[in-house]
Design a binder for this molecule. Structure first.
Ligand SMILES: [Zn+2]
Length: 506
């Protein structure tokens, strides 16, 4: 890439490249583009909220907009235009339905808008329309009404893997990752040209198909590389499909040695699961494996670079079509728990390809979630110790001051956690990207047994909003879903926002 290109030329070239080649091409990470000369229309003090497709259908568009605008002081709707599945709450379920909305059966997901097939000519993924809710088109249903109220309307394109998508989207299994034993998974591969063209097609279909309705795009995919997944206990290592193997050969990484390394690593973690005693302990054995097979880390980097390259290309594509419309990314909460994932989500690098970042800084749910992550560290690389034994050291590394291990589920994480992650992001992007922390409003928490788990109260919502703006946030995203929020908590968010932002409105 020629660094003397200005940013507009870069993004046009990038888009042309994406459109012409089904595969995104060579494998090294992209260089930073020059500074933008195209102003992005970022709303000052953006207050977003994530709205599931079924909320519009269950409650009616006007009722949803009334609640989020009047109670929540929301100025930007993040409407799901694609999701991997819609989890519905039940009246008497483990997580009860709040004081609005309807109970319902969870569905597989797909697109909640009508798209022109011409944007999907280069991919085998052509038929992914969600047919639930009477084929509700959320853009046609809600965008004009939101904008008539002075709100912005963003498409929220969330690309998490969903176990049912292999069944409901024709050919979806064909683009899935292949694990270290040669088995297909239910996670699409970012090096698969059909999947790349599908992701590009969605951006084109939104920005070109709905130029007057869509004010911006939030893109997300909660994914991690093979090493992170193994530590997180999520899956067997992948991807070893032919596209990933080709990319590895380009980079002179031995496929055979990477496969052998990951298989030995699986054996080590299985020994930990059986609590076998190792003469040199688990951390030393883990490190010794990295020395024997540096390809373990090479493959992890290959995966992460592929993931982030795709995001950079999608950003370039969006900028070529509508440079003034904000295009940004959700970053999953694991970034705040895992020192390893945090190292991969490098703001000084990612700030070159984003207009905003939404951080999943859900502090109430963060307590039990962090406890679970500490359990995973203790089950794998830190199996020599229990979480309470390494917690102080862990907090030092992560720069947190939070509760003892046995209190985490009950107390949640503090507003100070929101502030520290916000500050780290603001400093990391050096003013080039808007930072929107996610404010936890009834993000569901479930742990085994009868331990009481932290539930969101109005005072929690107020404190985390204050912490976010106090740390320099450019806005917030009320999270996770409108459908999960109790109205008293939503109203507390609105009240606090009106106080915090008084005098600083755009
Ligand atoms: Zn692959």
């Amino acid at each position: 890439m020629n660094l003397s290109l200005d940013r507009r030329s870069f993004i046009r070239l990038s888009a042309a490249f994406s459109a012409l080649l089904p595969q995104f091409g060579r494998s090294q990470a992209l260089p930073a583009p020059p500074v933008s000369h195209v102003p992005v229309k970022n709303r000052k003090n953006l207050v977003g909220i994530q709205v599931r497709g079924f909320s519009w259908a269950d409650e009616g568009v006007d009722q949803v907009l009334d609640n989020i605008q009047q109670k929540g002081d929301v100025n930007t709707v993040w409407a799901y235009t694609f999701s991997y599945g819609e989890q519905r709450l039940q009246k008497n379920g483990p997580i009860p339905l709040p004081d609005h909305g309807k109970p319902g059966d969870s569905i597989a997901g797909g697109a909640f808008y009508d798209y022109d097939p011409k944007y999907f000519q280069n991919t085998i993924l052509k038929d992914f329309r969600c047919k639930e809710y009477g084929s509700l088109n959320v853009i046609e249903a809600a965008a004009a009404k939101a904008k008539a109220r002075g709100m912005s309307f963003f498409a929220w394109d969330l690309n998490n893997p969903g176990p049912k998508l292999n069944d409901t989207i024709p050919n979806y299994a064909e683009v899935s990752e292949v694990d270290v034993y040669g088995r297909r998974t239910n996670r699409p591969c970012f090096n698969n040209p059909d999947y790349q063209a599908f992701l590009s097609g969605k951006i084109q279909s939104l920005l070109l198909g709905y130029p007057n309705e869509i004010d911006g795009i939030a893109w997300g995919s909660e994914r991690m590389g093979p090493l992170q997944n193994m530590i997180g206990g999520i899956t067997t290592p992948s991807c070893f499909c032919r596209y990933c193997r080709a990319r590895a050969r380009d980079l002179d990484i031995s496929v055979r040695r990477a496969q052998a390394g990951y298989q030995e690593l699986e054996q080590l973690f299985q020994q930990a699961a059986r609590n076998e005693q190792l003469n040199d302990g688990y951390f030393v054995s883990f490190w010794r494996l990295l020395l024997k097979y540096p390809e373990i880390l090479s493959w992890e980097s290959l995966w992460t670079d592929s993931f982030q390259d795709v995001q950079a290309r999608l950003y370039g594509l969006a900028k070529a079509i509508a440079p003034e419309k904000p295009f940004g990314f959700h970053i999953m909460q694991t970034m705040t728990f895992s020192p390893f994932y945090r190292a991969e989500e490098d703001y000084s690098k990612r700030r070159n390809f984003a207009d905003f970042f939404k951080l999943a800084t859900y502090n109430n749910a963060g307590g039990p979630r962090l406890a679970k992550y500490l359990d995973r560290l203790s089950a794998t690389v830190f199996h020599d110790a229990k979480p309470p034994e390494f917690l102080e050291f862990y907090y030092k590394i992560m720069n947190y001051q939070e509760a003892p291990y046995d209190k985490l589920a009950v107390t949640g994480l503090s507003p100070d956690y929101v502030a520290r992650e916000t500050r780290r992001a603001v400093q990391g992007v050096a003013g080039e990207v808007q930072i929107y922390p996610g404010i936890d409003i009834n993000v569901p928490t479930l742990i085994k047994g009868n331990t009481p788990v932290k539930q969101t109260a109005p005072a929690d919502v107020r404190a985390s909003i204050k912490a976010a703006f106090g740390a320099g946030a450019n806005g917030v995203i009320l999270s996770r879903e409108y459908a999960e929020m109790w109205l008293a908590n939503l109203a507390a968010a609105g009240d606090e926002l009106r106080q915090v932002l008084a005098g600083s409105k755009a």
